[in-house]
Design a binder for this molecule. Sequence first.
Ligand SMILES: CCCCCCCC/C=C\C=C\CC(=O)SCCNC(=O)CCNC(=O)[C@H](O)C(C)(C)COP(=O)(O)OP(=O)(O)OC[C@H]1O[C@@H](n2cnc3c(N)ncnc32)[C@H](O)[C@@H]1OP(=O)(O)O
Length: 286
Amino acid sequence: MIRNSINLLTKKLISSTSCQRTRMRCFSSGATNLVDVNVNDKTGIAVVTLNRPPVNSLNLELLTDLSKTLDELESNRSKGMILTSSSKTVFSAGLDILEMYNPEPERSKAFWTALQDVWLKLYGSPYPTAAAINGHSPAGGCLLAICCEYRVMVNDFTIGLNETRLGISAPSFFISSFRNVLSTREAEKALTLGTMFSSDEALKVGLVDEIATDKADSINKCENFLLEFKKVSSMARAFTKQSLRKKDLEELENNREQDLQLFLFAINQPIVQKGLGAYIQSLKKK
Ligand SMILES: CCCCCCCC/C=C\C=C\CC(=O)SCCNC(=O)CCNC(=O)[C@H](O)C(C)(C)COP(=O)(O)OP(=O)(O)OC[C@H]1O[C@@H](n2cnc3c(N)ncnc32)[C@H](O)[C@@H]1OP(=O)(O)O
């Protein structure tokens, strides 16, 4: 018992010492630790790192951890958040296709509800947000990035909402957040074609705001963006952001059950199951 307490104390001391060295506070989001959080004590900005190897595909557990993290940031009155990934080549591979293939009813419901929660919290967050996109970012990965207010993408990767290429339509809240970033014309073209943009193409069309040479550079650039808000009242900032995004947020808030039922209906169609099965096989054959 005493030895356990000493071990715990030692662990705490070691972890607080390593965080002090970089003036960071560290906390993890919950039971499964698929999200790491480092808060810079000087700036108050949190770097939130998705950590579900190999490709950060968004399954129920990762979404639940992310959702808890977003709650903590909000209740701690965060000064800002930078979302990034622990992978060297993938920001997030989007929704975990295995959550939608041969779905188990209760788990699928919990999965989609967790995705809705994450979207509502991230898209509507009162604190400023930026994505340091340090790898490929298809579909649900792109969704997380476009929920943020600013995007810095490392060169040589791809980003986009490619759902039509999988034989499905992007859900309505994916589309509304995409349209918040791109013109309706560009959004329609990209969504119907399922376009995956290179970093340069994404910059040209306005899907990302800056290009970075590597992850550190992308985090630095995101931090510079977030630090600009030091000069602005956080209440006025949050109110303005939420007013601009209000219609999109209310659209999902008021239709959550309908959106869930549409998802369950869509993934249970034999043709969608067939398409997802073939897609999983094609990923495995690579
Ligand atoms: C009518 C109105 C209907 C409205 C309702 C519609 C309902 C909407 C429903 C769904 C919406 C879905 C949105 C999505 O997010 S779907 C996911 C889309 N994602 C992708 O297409 C990305 C697929 N992955 C890749 O392209 C690559 O993996 C990449 C991210 C580029 C990384 O490449 P690489 O580094 O070479 O890694 P591998 O391809 O070798 O992958 C490593 C292992 O990871 C597995 N993997 C990859 N992606 C996923 C994924 N999204 N989900 C689950 N698993 C994934 C891959 O199979 C490898 O596995 P293994 O090691 O076992 O072979």
